[in-house]
Design a binder for this molecule. Sequence first.
Ligand code: SF4
Length: 355
Amino acid sequence: MNYSTFYESIVKVVYIESSVAHGEVAQRLLRRLPRVRTRIVDGPHAVAPSDRRGTTLYLTPHRGAAVARCPGSKGHLCCNYLTVDLYSGCPIGCTYCIMRSYLNFSPVAIVAEPRPIIDAIVRVAEANPDTMIRVGSGETGDSLLFDPLCELSRPIVSALAEHKNVFFEMKTKTDLVDHLLDIERKGNAVVGFSVGPQTVIDGEEGTAVSLEARLQAARRAACAGFMVSFHFDPMFYRPDWQELYFPVADALARFRNDRVAWISLGTFRYPPQLKECVAPRAYLYGEFVRSVDGKYRYLQRVRREMYRIMRERILAAVRTPVYLCMESEAVWNRAFGAAPGQLDAVATLFKRPEL
Ligand code: SF4
């Protein structure tokens, strides 16, 4: 299946805001989706109610801050990751997707011009020359699902390659990396993969590709000179969780000799609104406590054991910084024996850049 056939199967309509209709990305969309219905409009209000869904693309000028801090979570240690919104919204359809509870514009919004984003990242990099700038496009959608179609990541990777302190991460549950492999200068660009047991992928991750397909894509990216990263997030607790997650950790040994930028762990958590947005799932009926940020998390002793055991297992497979996503200092101390600031490799990742 070529890219056009693939995208014609998942995109039913493309809306393009008139101010960006003559730009390169708009023209690329029109050229590559000749059989998909297209409408030029003045703003998001013009999207028909029947098109407010993930099969609609909405090409928009950039609005708001081009680089933002990851929102973090009250009472939890933030990893000081920076985010850029290239693709907001996602039709993959994970049952646990937190965006179900806060994105109220359900088409996939795509920025029409990467230049403001590049300029903003470069400004941050130059203002913080001694700080590792970790910045990613996978916060509000999948970084790569529509990237072969729109090609927003390519100019960003190329432009940031000369900035040694910038680690631009593209996070995905797809295997769509091949359009990036021939980028000549990749610098410290990172292709990040969400990983988990195949049974969880089958049951909860909609149209995401298999674990093996993700790992093979990671191999292609690593062989082409990208850094790679892996995210065990969300990890679900069940009595047999080790049987499910250990083989995934062990599989990372294939990347022992590659540049693995980092690996993150995060157990399943959810805001109360998510429960109202998803069909009943077995994982919602575990034992949870409400944290200070209002989200429900597994009991602390469950989380810290999962983190401690998984970190050991991962480090036996591949040497790289392993960090926790949105966890309390108490959990860090009990799971990893120290707060991130006291763990050398992680402290470098967590340094806070000035914006
Ligand atoms: S891939 Fe990510 S953004 Fe897309 S539905 Fe799944 S969790 Fe949500």
